[in-house]
Design a protein around this ligand. Structure first.
Ligand SMILES: *[C@@H]1O[C@H](CO)[C@@H](O)[C@H](O)[C@H]1NC(C)=O
Ligand SMILES: *[C@@H]1O[C@H](CO)[C@@H](O)[C@H](O)[C@H]1NC(C)=O
Length: 286
């Protein structure tokens, strides 16, 4: 049993993306390990944290305004834990992290997605289908009638459109409030998905090529670094317009809806690289 503590929440990504271009924009900003120790929320986990979701809606908006660095933010964060062994993933549950406490919400939960608006809608994907977060009981209620094994989930701004990625890497659009699902046939071999503020769907395949599904079809993202080993799509903070953050190995890129990729100046040193990312609008120093 592993008892090591893992860094799990990275709250400054949105701040860097929002930063106006400065004269130093060509200098790389490398995030050293120490930066996590004082400034950012950490939590302890028995297993690797494979997904972090900070719902950018009513759960967090209120608490962010007027946040000053001395007070502890009352953040709501959903974490997914798993053991990663030889590239295989063994699910260890989906948890709610709030007020420094961690609560198990869904033992077989694998991914979470939230609406961006002022409703508190959070969906979970699990090994036996789709769930919706019940704010009052802090638990998960089954949503829809599917029992698909879901590996990732995304929703749009108002939480009305839900997309689920099944274990066999097929993407479905959940329709009629969970009664039906529609296969998106042009999306193939998707490994991970996120949506931008306009509802464009970003995904990458097992060849580590990145694609965007928009109203007209699929476009392939250009300008990614050669020889990339690992990709991780991050849910965009709501200040990002028609673009999403993508971690490529240790460096943060921004993928735009027109299919271009841009390196940011943000990079993690090898020992500071978290196992999962969340983004938020916390103020940061430049
Ligand atoms: C998913 O379904 C909704 C209707 O429930 C529709 O408005 C939306 O365009 C669909 N998304 C895609 C990508 O087809
Ligand atoms: C893509 O969009 C960005 C900003 O939205 C713009 O700066 C860039 O020139 C566009 N690139 C192409 C090839 O259209």
């Amino acid at each position: 049993m592993r008892t090591q503590a893992f860094l799990c929440v990275v709250l400054f990504i949105g701040g860097y993306i929002a930063a106006p271009l400065s004269e130093e924009k060509d200098d790389k900003i490398v995030i050293p390990r120490q930066i996590f120790d004082d400034n950012f929320i950490k939590c302890k986990a028995k297993h690797d944290i494979v997904d972090v979701m900070v719902p950018l809606n009513a759960f967090t908006l209120k608490t962010n305004i007027g946040f000053d660095s001395d007070s502890k933010p009352d953040m709501t964060v959903f974490l997914v834990e798993a053991d990663l062994k030889n590239g295989k993933r063994v699910d260890k549950g989906l948890y709610l992290y709030k007020n420094d406490e961690v609560k198990m919400v869904l033992p077989n939960g694998r991914a979470a997605a939230a609406s961006f608006d002022d409703e508190k809608i959070v969906y979970f994907g699990a090994s036996d289908g789709l769930y919706v977060y019940n704010v009052d009981s802090k638990s998960a209620d089954k949503y829809g009638k599917f029992s698909d094994s879901i590996i990732d989930i995304a929703t749009n701004i108002d939480g009305k459109h839900i997309y689920i990625l099944s274990e066999d890497h097929k993407l479905y659009n959940v329709t009629n409030e969970g009664a039906d699902k529609e296969l998106l046939q042009d999306v193939e071999d998707a490994q991970e998905i996120v949506l931008d503020d306009s509802g464009n769907i970003y995904f990458y395949d097992s060849n580590k090529d990145v694609f965007i599904k928009n109203a007209d079809g699929i476009i392939k993202v250009q300008g990614l670094p050669e020889g990339r080993k690992s990709l991780n799509l991050v849910n965009p903070p709501f200040i990002m317009e028609e673009s999403v953050p993508l971690m490529i190995d240790n460096a943060l890129y921004v993928i735009k809806a027109n299919g271009t990729a841009e390196a940011t100046s943000l990079e993690f040193s090898a020992n500071a690289k978290p196992t999962a990312y969340g983004a938020d609008i916390f103020p940061v120093q430049y």
